[in-house]
Design a protein around this ligand. Sequence first.
Ligand SMILES: *Cc1c(COP(=O)(O)O)cnc(C)c1O
Length: 406
Amino acid sequence: MSLHGQLSTLATSDLLIQAKKSTLHTAIRPDIIMERGSGLYVWDTEGKAYLDFIGGWAVNALGHSPAVISEALNEQAARLVNSSPSFYNKPMVEFARLLTEITCFDKVFFTSSGAEANESAIKLARKHGSKNLGSAYEIITLVNGFHGRTLAAMSATGKKQWQLLFEPKVSGFKHVPINDAEALNHAINENTCAVMLELVQGEGGVHSVDADYLKLVRKACDDHGLMLIIDEIQTGIGRTGKMFAYEHYGILADVMTLGKGIGGGFPLAAMLTTETFDIFDAGDQGGTYSGQPLAMAVGLAVVNEVIQRNLPLHAEIQGEYIQERLHQISPIFQLSRIRGKGLLLAFDLPSDKGAELVAECLKEGLLINSPNPNTIRLMPPLVVTKDEIDQMILLLCHALNRVLTN
Ligand SMILES: *Cc1c(COP(=O)(O)O)cnc(C)c1O
């Protein structure tokens, strides 16, 4: 019998013992084991259902285990699983073409994770600095921004809790507060080669950049010849009610990174840029799984589905409905600062009870996220329905009742 077969006959309690014994402790996880999913729901090994408003961490754009993904995987797996990154393959070409058609960018480089896509952007920015800006190498990013967990992406990330971790960091990153044009202009000097930011900070607690600010960032980049990099790993592929968050702003960037929703749950990410910044030389960047056929087939199927079902519009409409429902219950529980775009939403609690509320919601069978001690973030699959939103509000109210009246 295979090891998988042996384990699958174990009781949940034994699986949990095995999990703690054999996996590296990198996250605090509750004592449940997820087993299957469908649509907005995921079930654990005890058969308990959870309504998923974390959406696989803003990843499962089409919900859990959608048929389009299993069909694309099956079809491609039978045809070609891997041909090495040194050859083009058919779904890679088709997918790159689709992405250049639906964005303002001309060129795509594929990776498996968001952090790698941002690494690619950081390397491209440094290439630009060394080629065009007299060896400038510094990248300005935002306080509370999040760009991933590789060492360079961590160094780009403006998270306070990470400031002293894994020193020395990759040098060459400067963090400035969001929506502060003066701080940005002050930070630019002859060493600067790029500005990198999220249009809506996801992990930071759902904070949007202002349109006026972004206009000034674009102007500063133009004035100094800097590359403007937007990290749309969380906001891209319909999440904010537009296909890409930059469509809310009417500003064009030089580089965009995508991840999360682009694979609908399959590990896939991408860096896109313009003809102007097609400046890597062969060998500058690569990766064993860059353009991996299975990932390409899934990405192609997911993005086509998002387009065909007009899920960005659906996300906008459902997002407005969630905000409306949250406003209805906010006076009862003193919820404040209901914010966000499309289906990337957050609100603040009257006290630092985020973790407690997440735990109570889990008991209720509802998955939500607390990025900061007093903040709750919602990022359900783009296919969420009004009934599911009503159900979420009901479960949330039960949990809020218990947590906030204690
Ligand atoms: C999740 C995320 C990343 C990192 O993506 P990984 O796939 O976890 O490496 C980077 N930037 C933003 C904005 C993200 O939300």
